[in-house]
Design a protein around this ligand. Sequence first.
Ligand code: NAD
Ligand code: WQD
Length: 338
Amino acid sequence: MAVLVTGGAGYIGSHTCVELLNAGVDVVIVDNFYNCKKSSIDRIKALTSRDFKWYECDIRDHEGMDAIFKKEKIDSVIHFAGLKAVGESVQKPLEYFDNNVNGTLVLLDVMRNNGCKKIVFSSSATVYGMNNVSPLTEDMQVGGVTNPYGRTKFMIECILQDLYVSDKEWSICLLRYFNPIGAHKSGTMGEDPNGIPNNLMPYITQVAIGKREQLGVFGNDYDTHDGTGVRDYIHVVDLALGHVKAVEKVDGENGLFIYNLGTGKGYSVLDVVKAFEKASGQTIPYQIMPRRAGDIATCYSDPSKALNELGWKAERDIEEMCEDSWRWQSQNPNGYPD
Ligand code: NAD
Ligand code: WQD
């Protein structure tokens, strides 16, 4: 089985490629390297001792994508490629809709023209919006999103659902990720954000390594056990293993499947700071700041549908997530080499 992995050189994509290759699946990576380094490809090869094809191509490049499908025998696609910074999407909505939504339309058209109708899509818990109460289940109403990034995910979910209604030969899996953190156990692969990190864990690890002075904690007056925001952090390797199961699912039967990929447990910002300090032996100075616009108090999954239907559940706990994030950051203070 050969899987085309768009965005396969990025954070979640690279970890997923390792698990696919370890499971004996062939991969072909397509990435435009907008938000990653080419050296992540070498790390995937080194970790798995397997070779594979990769292409520098933008998913919006219809001709380029078509040529890849004509050259490679692709059975299914895992579609990670996209822009993902919530704040930036508010400043650059057109770029986000073009890259994420238009990019997906081009990809789907090329897939259809080449007779490939199996896709696993990187969606997000953000599609549950502001009003649903955790634990979040897949049957809850989605769409109350507050930023262009989240809207691209919601719109792509709608497009894929309409596509399935129009043609039941498709097999489509929407995976709604909660908060991926952690890194490969080897310390050779991890998250490598450009500039100031938007997300909690990369910010913490950069404070620990001395790149940032202190963590700003966005609000301590939420209705949670310590007043700080609660999220469902999931180890990126568990997430990657969820994709191996999802690809088996779309390979085995036609349909439209939706799964939460989370642990079902919520940790506050201060819980994560404490767990990280314990795992790393580093002190993380922090300061309470005003709430961040668009944040909600609590967001965690009910992951039971993925367990029942895919036989998947997250195995790695918050300690392991923190240990692995720290190993990656401390061994690669400047991220991937150029
Ligand atoms: P990432 O930025 O590390 O990976 C995305 C990859 O896609 C990058 O390597 C980038 O260069 C590539 N890319 C972007 N636009 C492209 C295009 N037009 N053509 C070809 N390649 C392109 O991000 P990630 O954290 O690995 O996220 C992967 C996917 O999962 C994204 O779609 C993201 O929205 C989604 N997601 C991420 C999170 C998270 O917290 N990391 C949570 C939920 C969903
Ligand atoms: C987690 C908690 C913050 C940074 C985002 C996207 C979501 C998904 C995952 C892509 C919150 C607090 C954070 C900091 C802080 N991505 N925080 N100081 O906002 O849950 O989700 O990433 O799909 O769509 O919205 O993740 O890591 O930014 O924040 O106090 O410097 O940490 O307020 O409570 P979030 P996050």
